[in-house]
Write a new protein. Sequence first.
Length: 677
Amino acid sequence: MSTVLRVSNLQSRFSMRTANVVAVDGVSFEINAGECVGLVGESGCGKTTIGMSIMRLLPGNGTISAGSIEILGEDIVQLSEAAMQKVRGNTVALIPQDPMTSLNPTMTIGRQIAEGYIHHRGVSQEEGRQRALEVLRLVDMPRPEERLDQYPHELSGGLRQRVIIAMALVCEPTLLIADEPTTALDVTIQAQILDLIDRLRAELKMAVLLITHDMGVIAERTDRVVVMYAGKKAEMASTTELFSEMRHPYTQALLNAVPKIEASDYRLNSIPGLPPDLSKEIRGCRFADRCPSMTTQCRSSEPTITSMPGEGVHEFACFNPISGASTQVAVREKRRESVTILGEPLIAVRNLIKTYPVRSNSILRRTVGAVQAISDVSFVIRRGETFGLVGESGCGKTTTGKVITGLESPSAGSVIYKGADLTTLRGHERRLARRNIQMMFQDPYSSLNPRQPVGSILEEPLAIQKEGSAKERQQRVHELLGQVGLPVSATQRYPHEFSGGQRQRIGLARAMALRPELLIADEPVSALDVSIQAQILNLMKDLREELQLSMLMISHDLGVIRYMADTVGVMYLGKLVEIGPSEAIYRSPVHPYTRGLLDSVPRAARQGENELLTIQGELPSSVTPPSGCRFRTRCPRAQELCASDEPTMQVFGDDHQAACHFPLRTPLTIRSNEVAQ
């Protein structure tokens, strides 16, 4: 195959006020026509910097200080900016990480897609519009003619990502750089986007550089993999060989830090510590301080790239390489077999409904409809239990958590806590009840007061609830920091002085300050690298066991829910469609939506699964949800009955229920009737 991209000894650096940061140091790899190469590693390892270097789009303080980048044999590092503009968007194109900030909010979709084609091909506006329509059809955009005149804010996240892909493909580039193209998307939309990129790569014979931190995506979608660590290439091999014969301890550590859907009876292997500061001189191996195989040689000398003999190129930089396939090197732990051994019900959510009025405009304020965020949801959380609430964005997960916490008032229904309905409590009684239900927010930075040091942030809830003397509150703050693995000196620092993982620990400490009985964790690890994510999840598990804490874990990450939850509830468009013990839900789902969610999750290894059930299309509007079963518009098993009648919950096992007219197996209620007849 012809080589499209050859990166040789690339070095990219950023000039800071006090030092120079070498973000990429001596990296080499190549991509052939029609091939997909994955670039994987933690945040700050240099993945995106490599992509921006290839596009020659580094910020003003960034430069390519050494090496070459050849596209179709031409070194673009030597090109002038005017010459590079003819390459950018034409020969090489970029799918940026965040489609919303990458699209112009003042321009229609059609104009934005056509712009690059008009510039590079010199065609008319009408020809550009026709080409935009062709490319929208190419990326399977629903109702493409209508989308041409819409604006970015009128589209969902998945549709905006299709627009970005259409913009990248409008000139049929030879090389496509996809920088975290599915990070902010649900697993169902993620699967659709990755399938689309795979299909277009095959049809157009494009070379693709896929930048991601998701090892499952790497395993399923790439031909070869480059593993990056602290600006250096740690390992490179074909995808098959990397996952069967990985050699670098960092590669294995990355894989072992990912929660597995296949099992839950293990403890995640977190990677201790943090990557090195690239603004300072680094001696020896950059991974040495975090590596279990570290020796004195690792401290004093930097390992060079070693090549393994074999069919393809397999390179790694390690003095003490691991041997053989990656295995879950983890401490096995006895998982509670059933939630029935847990305590009595702590929280009972009964027929919960939450609607938001839709106004015509900001002036008339006329009500023209209602968003049905939660529609008749019921479940129970027992003492000491972790209840996982999972589903796509917009299904009502976060709203449910806010209603239970008291941050939102329900439109109907009740939340029973120790025999009292929280929705009817007022004054002193309400405040006493709410102190026992605390929330851990998705974004720790925006939920922490930037003007307060951490000590004041943690002491504040204690002071509001008049807990102890000032000295006792200070002791409690120190105790909280110890529980979440932070030093006492953290009390004097401000939120911006901590890393993302440390801020999440502070958010957890604040939620635990009043010793709550129920912790509501809303996407607590969605913004973290897998290594930091593993630390937070292990910490939350430890605190649950130590304090007999109940949890409501809200997440769209099915691996996280599998690792943490005893019971799982699956939501779709405001409805609870399946609920049951975690083991039953993951081993034998009965609702097509649950099965589709599980089948959409990218995994490093699929163990003899049958044909996958894929979910197509976008989530319908919650203002005008479909009649009957709300999932029927995307369900491969839907029939006429699904449009006319709303399904009710049926029993499929101990505490396992689902609402579906045509489930994946026969419910117990029907089986018992057949036996009786």
